[in-house]
Ligand binder design. Structure first.
Ligand code: AMP
Ligand code: MG
Length: 521
C-alpha cells in the first residue's frame, strides 16, 4: 500500500499549540492534532470501488488488515499526523460559537493522479471540539451517510464522498428521539473524502473572535488551493471568492430541489466552502411532493430547513459568510450586490431546472405560471415526486388529458382522492401542459430522453435506507450492496430493480428513521 500524503492544510495553516486532547476553546488555530481512538473489534462492511480507485487503493489493499486498521483509526498512515478542524457556526439561526470536528478526524490529504483528497474518519473518537458528546457515530447514521453521499455523486450533485464503512466493535449510547429512552447501538466509522472539508463556519469562527490574521490566512489558503483561478490576495480577490462560493452554493441547492433532497440541518457549519453537499444527518427525500416537508424532527416546529425553504436558507447562510469575510473587504456594497443577485439567479435557475423536468426547453412567458400551478396541483393529494417526474416523460404530444393523467396515475398515494375538483384541476393543468408541449421542437422520444436525464428513477428513499439499516443491524449487509449498486445508475431504467421504483409503503409513513429523523447520530 503506497499512500502519498501532501498535507497543505496542516503545512500552510496555524496549529493548536496544545497537544492534550481536552475539550476547550481553541484560539488562533485552524486545527488540533489528535489521535483516533482504538476500537475493540473493527470489521469492514463496505467500500466504494470508485472512491478507492480515485485514491489509488488497489483491490488487494482494500482486503488488507492494514486498510481496515487505517479506516477505523487503529493504525496511522505513515508520516501522518491526524487532526480535527476548528470551526464555528450558526445553528437554526443562532450563533453557536465554537463547534469544530467533534468526532471527525482527518488522516491527511492523499495525493494521487495529480489530485488531492482529504480523508476523514467520522466517529473516530473525542477531540478538543467534542463539547459534551462522545466523538462516536452509530451504525444507522453511518449507513445513511455512506450510501447517500455516493448516491449524490452518481446523481451528478456536488458532494463529499465516502470510501468505506466499518463497525468499530464498540457500543454507543444514543437517545434516538431525545425522549429519555437511551439505548446501546453498534458503533461505526465512515471514512469520507473531499478536496476539503472547510465550511462557512470555518471562517465565521475567526471573524467572531476578531482574529482577522488567521481569517486572512485561511481565506488565502482556500483561494490558493481550491480557487486557483483567483490569482491575488486583494480585496477584489476576496469579492471574487465570495461570488464563486455563492454560485456554487446556489447550484448545489438547485440540484437538491431537482431530485427532492432535503438536507435537514443547513446550519452554517454544514455548508461546504466548495459548494459540496456535506454532513449527511437527518436528511430525507421527498416522497409526496411537499414544500413544507422536513425530515428533521428537531426542526418540526419552525421547519426552517423544509424543502421549499432551502433556497432561502442558502442565501441566509451566505449572508453569514459575507459578514465573516467583511473585515477583509471593508466594503459592503459588492457583497450586497452578489447577495442581491442570488435572488434573481435562483428564481431563473430554479425555473429552468423545473422546466427541464417537464420537458420544456424553449421559453414562453407563461412558463412560470405553468410551473407554479404544477406545484400547487402536485400538493392537492399526496403525489410521489420521483414517480411523477419520471412518468410524465412518457406523455406524447398527441395524448389527451385523460391519457396524461393515466401516465402518472402510479404517483398518487390515494388514487381515490382523484375525483371532483382535484381531478378537474389536474385535467386543466394537463390541458395547459399539452398546449405548451406543442410549442416544443423535440420529438416525444428526444424529449423523454432529455427528461430522464434530469429526473432520477431511483433515489435513496427514506424507507430504503431504513431497510438497509435494519438488516445491517442483524449482520446482513446485502441491502447496502444492492442499494450501492442500484444508485450508481439512478437515471437508468434497470428493469430488474423496478421494485425500488415504488411509492413508500404504508408501514413507513410514520416510522422512526423513515419519516422522522433526529440529529441523534
Ligand atoms: P452536526 O449537527 O451533526 O453537523 O454536528 C454539530 C456539531 O456537533 C459538530 O461540531 C459535530 O462535530 C458535533 N458532534 C455531533 N455529534 C457528535 C458526537 N457524537 N461527538 C462529538 N461531537 C459531535
Ligand atoms: Mg456538521
Amino acid at each position: 500500500m503506497n499512500i502519498v500524503l501532501k498535507n497543505t492544510f496542516t503545512n500552510e495553516l496555524p496549529e493548536d499549540p496544545i497537544s492534550e486532547n481536552t475539550r476547550r476553546q481553541v484560539e488562533k488555530a485552524c486545527y488540533s492534532y489528535v489521535v483516533p481512538k482504538k476500537t475493540s473489534n473493527p470489521q469492514l462492511i463496505h467500500t466504494s470501488p470508485e472512491m478507492a480507485k480515485n485514491l489509488g487503493f488497489t483491490s488487494e489493499d482494500l482486503k488488507s488488515t492494514k486498510f481496515l486498521n487505517i479506516i477505523t483509526g487503529n493504525e496511522i498512515i505513515e508520516n501522518s499526523k491526524p487532526y480535527a478542524m476548528c470551526y464555528g457556526g450558526h445553528q437554526f439561526g443562532n450563533w453557536a460559537g465554537q463547534l469544530g470536528d467533534g468526532r471527525a478526524i482527518n488522516l491527511g490529504e492523499i495525493l494521487y493522479d495529480d489530485k488531492k483528497w482529504a480523508l476523514q474518519l467520522k466517529g473516530a473518537g473525542e477531540t478538543p471540539y467534542s463539547r459534551t458528546a462522545d466523538g462516536l457515530a452509530v451504525l444507522r447514521s453511518s449507513i445513511r451517510e455512506y450510501l447517500c453521499s455516493e448516491a449524490m455523486y452518481h446523481l451528478g450533485i456536488p458532494t463529499t464522498r465516502a470510501l468505506s464503512i466499518a463497525l468499530s466493535g464498540d457500543k454507543v449510547l444514543r437517545d434516538v428521539l431525545y425522549n429519555g429512552n437511551p439505548d446501546y447501538e453498534k458503533g461505526a466509522i465512515v471514512s469520507r473524502v473531499a478536496p476539503s472539508f472547510l465550511r462557512f463556519g470555518s471562517y465565521e469562527i475567526f471573524s467572531s473572535r476578531q482574529d482577522y490574521k488567521t481569517l486572512k490566512n485561511l481565506v488565502d489558503y482556500t483561494i490558493k488551493n481550491f480557487y486557483p483561478q483567483i490569482k491575488s490576495t486583494s480585496k477584489e480577490a476576496y469579492i471574487a471568492f465570495f461570488k464563486e462560493v455563492t454560485e456554487r452554493t446556489l447550484e448545489m441547492i438547485i440540484h437538491w430541489q431537482r431530485v427532492g433532497f432535503v438536507h435537514g440541518v443547513m446550519n452554517t457549519d454544514n455548508m461546504s466552502i466548495l459548494g459540496l453537499t456535506i454532513d449527511f444527518g437527518p436528511y430525507g427525500w421527498l416522497e409526496g411532493f411537499d414544500d413544507g416537508w422536513t425530515p428533521n424532527t428537531t426542526d418540526r416546529q419552525h421547519k426552517r430547513y423544509r424543502y421549499g425553504n432551502q433556497g432561502n436558507v442558502g442565501l441566509w447562510n451566505l449572508y453569514q459568510l459575507a459578514n465573516a469575510l467583511y473585515p477583509l473587504i471593508e466594503d459592503a456594497e459588492p457583497l450586497e450586490e452578489i447577495l442581491e443577485s442570488y435572488k434573481n439567479d435562483y428564481s431563473m435557475r430554479y425555473l429552468n431546472m423545473m422546466k427541464s423536468k417537464i420537458g420544456l426547453f424553449t421559453n414562453q412567458d407563461s412558463d412560470n405560471e405553468l410551473l407554479n400551478t404544477l406545484e400547487e396541483v402536485l400538493q392537492l393529494t399526496e403525489t410521489d415526486m420521483t414517480i411523477f417526474f419520471r412518468k410524465i416523460s412518457s406523455i406524447k404530444k398527441t395524448d389527451d388529458t385523460d391519457a396524461c393523467l393515466n401516465s402518472i396515475q402510479e404517483a398518487f398515494y390515494q388514487p381515490k382522492e382523484l375525483k371532483g375538483e382535484i381531478r378537474t384541476l389536474w385535467i386543466n393543468w394537463f390541458s395547459d401542459y399539452l398546449k405548451r408541449l406543442s410549442g416544443e421542437n423535440y420529438t416525444d422520444t428526444e424529449r423523454q430522453e432529455k427528461m430522464n436525464a434530469v429526473n432520477p428513477k431511483y433515489v435513496l428513499r427514506n424507507y430504503m435506507a431504513q431497510l438497509a439499516i435494519d438488516k445491517a443491524d442483524e449482520g446482513d449487509y446485502s441491502l447496502i450492496e444492492t442499494f450501492f449498486e442500484l444508485l450508481k445508475k439512478p437515471y437508468s431504467e434497470q428493469p430488474l430493480h423496478n421494485d425500488w421504483f415504488a411509492k413508500r409503503p404504508e408501514w413507513a409513513r410514520n416510522k422512526v428513521g423513515c419519516s422522522m429523523l433526529s440529529c441523534s447520530s
